[in-house]
Design a protein around this ligand. Sequence first.
Ligand code: ARG
Ligand code: ZN
Length: 845
Amino acid sequence: QTVYLADYRPYPFDLGEVALTFRLAPSATRVISRFTLTPKGPAEDLVLFGDHLQLIRATLNGNPVTARPEGGVLRIPAADLPEGPLTWEAEVEIDPAANTALEGLYMSNGMYCTQCEAEGFRRITYYPDRPDVMTTFRVRIESDLPVLLSNGNQVASGPGFAEWHDPWPKPAYLFALVAGDLRARPGQFTTLSGRDVALNIWVRPGDEDRCDWALTSLKASTKWDEEVYGREYDLDIFNIVAVDDFNMGAMENKGLNIFNSRAVLARPDTATDADFQRIEAIIAHEYFHNWTGNRITCRDWFQLCLKEGLTVFRDQQFTADLRGAAVKRIEDALTLRDRQFREDSGPLAHPVRPSSFVEINNFYTATVYEKGAELIGMLKRLVGDEGYRKALDLYFTRHDGQACTIEDWLKVFEEATGRDLSQFARWYSQAGTPRVEVTEDWDDSGTFTLTLRQSQPETPDGVTKLPLHIPVVVGLLNPNGDEVLPSVTLELTQAEQSFRFDNLTSRPVASVLRDFSAPVILSHAQSDATRAFLLAHDTDPFNRWEAGRTLARAVLARLITEGTPPGADWLEAMAALLRDDSLDPAFRALCLRLPGEDDMAATLADSGHVPDPDRIHRARRQLQTSLAQHLAPQIPALMTAMTPQGPYSPDPVSAGQRSLKNTLLALQSRLDGGRAAQAAFAAADNMTDLTAALAYLIEAGTAGGALKTFEARYRDDRLVLDKWFMAQVVYASPETAAQVADALTAHPKFDLKNPNRFRAVFGVLSANHAGFHRADGTGYRLLADWLLRLDALNPQTAARMSTAFETWRRYDADRQALIRQELTRLQQAPNLSRDLGEMVTRMLG
Ligand code: ARG
Ligand code: ZN
């Protein structure tokens, strides 16, 4: 059941072009397949994978195949195979309408669509469904539906059919098919070398006016990849399709990207600034996969970070270029800590390149994606921008058309730059967030010494940890705020290392781990005064924010554990920052936002406390109130100044202003019981302002009317209605969160089969930290009940949402017992899926 990286063996056959015919029918689709297999060497068994297929007929070189599939594998012993090249032909029947797992070929609102990554193609037909088996595909679709799409170029069509050919060899996980009554928002792009590419955003009738942003983002992505990476698009057509029922964000199928509709559809009155930014990034991410993922793919699924870490890194660079690097870096660090550090410190910790798995879908994680991207950023930092470009150029020329490994990836860096990356490679196999401890030494002769000590936590895999190669960017400031040493990259390779800075005239203030140069936990004993100094003066924007963050965390921790109220110095530092008009509003908004409750629970657990969710919740609210009181005189004028004029635009400047304005509105609501939010709700002319106001009204407990208005207005708009579901759960008081979620399941628009809607209730339940961790266990029980129900229909999404429990060992014995009871109940449930089964087993440890 467990698959190991160490067991990898190449597939023993080469595949010729695959011909597929689909006779579409909702409950009985026929798939006819034909391809040749040429042995690469001495005779070996022929292994094909198939799942949920009804085999109608299968032949090898025209002779009926007698072997029967067993446990998802059709194996024909080497001894039974004819000599030489083989021609495989098969016909299977599948049931897309009954496919609620949303893997393979399934139906969503009357349209057919596919999701094949990672191992979904085996739900379409028998096939060597593994990423290192690449070939070209010819596809014929037979159906009366008006739009019939597959990968590559359309080569023929007529009444009731269309034929597609994809000239680029690809693994089956990049196969896609779409059929339905769809409308296109067309566009056009000319590549650097003059190729005209037809672009289309395909949507259901009625959604045509929500495609402009996706198209704009797509054009920006194609241009950026040419300019920054020298990568051009390679087909005459690029299609994107929006699908309502989808397990994740989107999928990079060759020439036919399929998107969750929430990751593509946007109109100012239906999407928030955050939605616009996310859509732009996901469109870019999937587009960038064309080179980092499709042209160069993964040898096996253990190498997933090869395409995902790199492509996330690329989409982060893209957003930084379009919207500002400083704010983007802070947002990425926040996400990394919220999701990846959390994963890395619990029972689900795994290396960026795992060495074993039961269900690969459980490894599309923050570690593989986001920590994987951090590793690319560190590499780039270590070899420099020029070295990075050289290495990437070599990667693209050397490995185009191949299925590669992390070893291949690191080798191009070593060859292009002459650096030895053998120690760096440990980042890929060692799980857990490293710690770096900083101590300072000042000697009056003018020498300042920083000593860095690294340590690695133990993780469930029991792997022995060795020191990592960690780039630590450092700058030194004079006590007057001037920079005495601009950023330098220190390379920490030993367990402990000292770095000397000579010829200084006075003791400097050290700014360490600038730009968050490595995904580590830094402990640097600095006084509150030093942190306040850095918050006011650091020349590195990330560390400027970080100083404020660390300070806020300390202030909040003291309030939680000792009841100590915030000092005037912290409040004054925040006020000074807010007044500073030279600072980007988006940056100020980030600085004003307090650490979240889950963050505080992690912080306390990390320092040996048992976090009490109720106390954390109360203290955080109290601190918000204190901050609001202190800033109150500034709030109204600044809110006015931060209201963009003219029609809504999702550009970074306007979005940044709205972000600050709404952060201030949240504070204002702590003081006026939601009066300002009530007015803002009534006045809102865009979805950002409307949902912000709604959130604060719910928190203030005065949202009754607003919720009714919102529901009536958006009852038939599924994406906006998701926001309505979500807000009620996330912003509910701890006492009512579980009840609210429970009640929402009785709403006529609640739909267990739609992952977006399910997530809007249960995916966000644990985001209401104190509500989910209610001492009576109602949150835990409710989630477990619904995960079980979902698991019977959609194991992948159920498994993903079970990560709400991953932090369970942080809490007190009573809560642990309650959670253990729920996890055990899940584990013992009859017919539990492999997906959820693996997660629960790992969490129980
Ligand atoms: N490759 C897709 C992306 O990163 C995500 C596919 C996720 N697949 C899965 N089985 N979870 O854009
Ligand atoms: Zn991806």
